[in-house]
Design a protein around this ligand. Structure first.
Ligand code: IPM
Ligand code: MG
Length: 361
């Protein structure tokens, strides 16, 4: 089993180090780790945020464990050299079109949710975000408009095949899951966008092909979905959406569960490895340069990303569950970093997870 580790910038290396300690404790046989550069650190070392050797390393591995990219010192660089291009480039190069972002409230953290404890307790959803299309990867540019002003533009589009494959992933998850409520919500802006009109039609077609009876599918406008997520989260199970709406809704979801430092993500493609589906795993938080190097970052999202890696790419469900239980355990014990109103350092949270893991068989 080969894992490529791209820790990246800011707090990326600190939180990834804790995930690797957890991996070490699991003592999986025949595991090899490779380290590669991404983001601002890669730009400084190799002149590019996503060097070819990093891409090659990812392609030769069974899974990528990713930290974070982003560095304010790069803000003035041309877009192609900015750190974010590393993650966008990897998603595209590796065809990781399916981004799974589970969001739920952990026991003992209800009080941290701005929704209030009662609604927070109902928060348990899987956001399935399309990741290689939409306005993110459409043609873009700057031009002069008729009045001679500068005008930025970005092309939004979704093809039928792109919509089909992500819809099928969301439907598979809904089919297989015991924990998400029966309903699937496809989120779009079909009252305004042609892209969304096609999205809605294709999603409906795929649902009809899979379910002969009434498909357990609703369509919801993104503005309404954002409001409903806050006012009535209980109704959501699997949310299927495009790249841009999924980006925004997943940050909203992370705020609802109390901290962005808690949420993990998996980005999957079609490639199967010997052990599972090839994928890239990253916390949904960014590089947080303001707290980088101070031991203040919460490593929980990175550790939970490792759990997703074990599950989806290495076929190690039992170990994935063990890691998740260890994290739930330390949160229930009140081991909190600054983001959760506590004072435990990144390393102390890692220590606690490792200790807890050793008590769980
Ligand atoms: C995310 C991030 C990225 C995105 C950025 C860093 C390009 O916000 O993974 O949600 O917009 O996809
Ligand atoms: Mg985002």
């Amino acid at each position: 089993m080969k894992i490529a580790v791209f820790a990246g910038d800011g707090i990326g290396p600190e939180v990834t180090a804790q995930a690797l300690r957890v991996l070490d404790v699991l003592a999986l046989p025949d595991l090899t780790l490779f380290e590669g550069d991404v983001g601002a650190i890669a730009y400084r070392r190799h002149g590019h945020p996503l060097p070819q050797e990093t891409i090659d390393m990812a392609k030769a591995s069974d899974a990528v464990l990713f930290g974070a990219v982003g560095d304010p010192s790069c803000d003035d660089l041309p877009r192609a050299h900015r750190p974010e291009q590393a993650i966008l480039g990897l998603r595209k190069e590796l065809d990781l079109f399916a981004n799974l972002r589970p969001a739920r409230t952990f026991d003992g953290l209800e009080h941290l949710s701005p929704l209030g404890a009662e609604r927070a307790l109902q928060f348990d959803m899987m956001i399935v975000r399309e990741l290689t299309g939409d306005v993110y990867f459409g043609e873009k540019g700057e031009r002069k408009n008729a009045a001679g002003e500068r005008e930025g533009w970005d092309m939004m589009s979704y093809s039928e095949s792109e919509i089909r494959r992500i819809a099928n992933i969301a439907f598979d998850i809904a089919d297989q899951s015991q924990s998400y409520s029966a309903c699937i919500d496809s989120v779009d802006k079909a009252n305004v966008l042609e892209t969304s009109r096609v999205w809605r039609e294709v999603v409906t077609e795929v649902a009809k092909e899979r379910w002969s009876e009434m498909p357990p599918l609703r369509h919801m406008y993104v503005d309404n979905a954002a409001m409903q997520m806050v006012t009535n989260p209980n109704q959501f199970g699997v949310i299927l959406t495009g790249n841009l709406f999924g980006d925004i809704l997943s940050d909203l979801a992370s705020a609802c569960v109390g901290s962005i430092g808690l949420l993990a993500s998996a980005s999957l493609g079609e490639r199967q490895t010997e052990y599972g589906t090839f994928g890239l795993y990253e916390p949904i938080h960014g590089s947080a340069p303001d707290i980088a190097g101070q031991g203040k970052a919460n490593p929980v999202a990175a550790v939970l990303s490792l759990a997703m890696l074990l599950r989806h790419s290495l076929g190690r469900e039992a170990e994935a569950v063990r890691v998740e239980h260890a994290v739930e355990g330390i949160l229930a014990d009140g081991v909190f970093g600054g983001d959760l109103g506590g004072s435990a350092s990144t390393e102390e949270i890692g220590d606690a997870i490792v200790r807890k893991l050793l008590t769980i068989s």
